[in-house]
Write a protein that binds this ligand. Structure first.
Ligand code: ACO
Length: 320
């Protein structure tokens, strides 16, 4: 019998502090009109000084575990996607495991920037299909506010902090139909944080830099391609997708992707207006929002898509 992963619970968390576009006008030369018309973003959430990726992950995970009716002690694997870990090591997944009070299950981080959640979900599904796992927690958690140059208006207006989580449970029926991951490291230069820790010092510039136009074009192209690839693999037509849940970076990238797929925007989940680009947290934040408000219903087919630094990109087709 084939083993599948089924999403049995979702959860998300946004830090309390909200930073609106209007408030940003006091920091950099920008305007709500410029930001909203170019990106669809109205506001972002910013973690408190004493809040780390693992804290955001903890709040989202507790909600997902509660929704799934699974106890932390019964988790057989924890995977956290993050680009902004609490520290160099241990992994944020291990720190989260301790905070959840789970013990002994394997726990590790996945680093694929804004594709992180899609990469982590695909990885979790492969573990599940091995037959050795029952309940897997998959989290995307980011404090991107910590790696932004708050004086650079071309980047600081685009990102925010947050976390989203899902509980996958072993099932005889799909579940995750398939996942499709890609990377092309030759495009590393158009989006990066080119710093590292060395000899007790930070070397390089540990703040986000981006060629916005190049990222825009790359993202639209690969999101279209990987969606087609996932559909062809499953012999499905575009019309079979009930909901498209793309990485929440920019409404114009999302609209262009939906257009390529011939999907009306009312079949696309968008939350970028409320939290900006939260990198690995963006897809599970959007997913949880639409599960909790009742738009996503059991039996529906979802296309989850991520794209981000690396460059990395991927799609996961999920039957709810
Ligand atoms: N407020 C006001 N003006 C600004 C701002 C700002 N925050 N930022 C840039 N400008 C100015 C520029 O300086 C430029 O001025 P100039 O014409 O005098 O030189 C002007 O606005 C136009 O700049 P462009 O970069 O051409 O603006 P564009 O319309 O291309 O939009 C944007 C820029 C929004 C970054 C766009 O390229 C984009 O969305 N790129 C995708 C980036 C993205 O989403 N990255 C997320 C991370 S990657 C990922 O998740 C896949």
């Amino acid at each position: 019998m084939t083993i599948y992963s089924r999403i049995s619970g979702t959860g998300s968390y946004l830090p309390e502090k909200v930073l609106t576009n209007k408030a940003l006008e006091a920091h950099v030369e920008t305007s709500d009109e410029w930001i909203f018309s170019r990106t669809g973003i109205r506001q972002r959430h910013v973690a408190a000084d004493n809040e780390f990726a693992s804290d955001l992950a903890l709040a989202a995970s507790r909600r997902a575990l509660e929704a799934a009716g699974v106890a932390a002690a019964d988790l057989s694997l924890i995977i956290v996607a993050t680009t902004t870990p609490d520290m160099v090591f241990p992994s944020t997944a291990c720190i989260l495991q301790a905070k959840l009070g789970a013990k002994y299950c394997p726990a590790f981080d996945v680093q694929a920037v804004c594709s992180g959640f899609v990469y982590a979900l695909a990885t979790a599904d492969q573990f599940m299909r091995s037959g050795q796992y029952q309940n897997i927690l998959v989290v995307g958690a980011e404090v991107f506010s910590r790696i932004l140059d708050w004086e650079d208006r071309t980047t600081c207006v685009l990102f925010g902090d947050g976390a989203g989580a899902v509980v996958l449970q072993r099932s005889d029926a799909p579940g995750i139909l398939s996942s499709h991951l890609h990377a092309d490291g030759s495009h590393a230069g158009i989006l990066s944080v080119p710093g590292s820790v060395s000899g007790g010092k930070v070397s390089g510039r540990p703040l986000l830099q981006m060629e916005g136009n190049a990222v825009f074009k790359f993202a639209v192209r690969v999101l279209g391609e990987v969606a087609e690839e996932a559909l062809a693999f499953n012999h499905l037509e575009k019309s079979a997708i009930d909901w498209l849940i793309p990485h929440q970076a920019n409404i114009r990238i999302i609209q262009a992707t939906a257009k390529k797929l011939g999907m009306p925007m009312d079949k696309v989940i968008t939350t970028v207006d409320k939290h900006a680009n939260t990198s690995a947290a963006s897809v599970p934040l959007a997913l949880d929002t639409a599960v909790r408000d009742g738009r996503i219903r059991p039996g529906q087919l979802l296309m989850l898509e991520g794209v981000g630094g690396g460059f990395t990109w991927g799609a996961v087709l999920v039957r709810m």
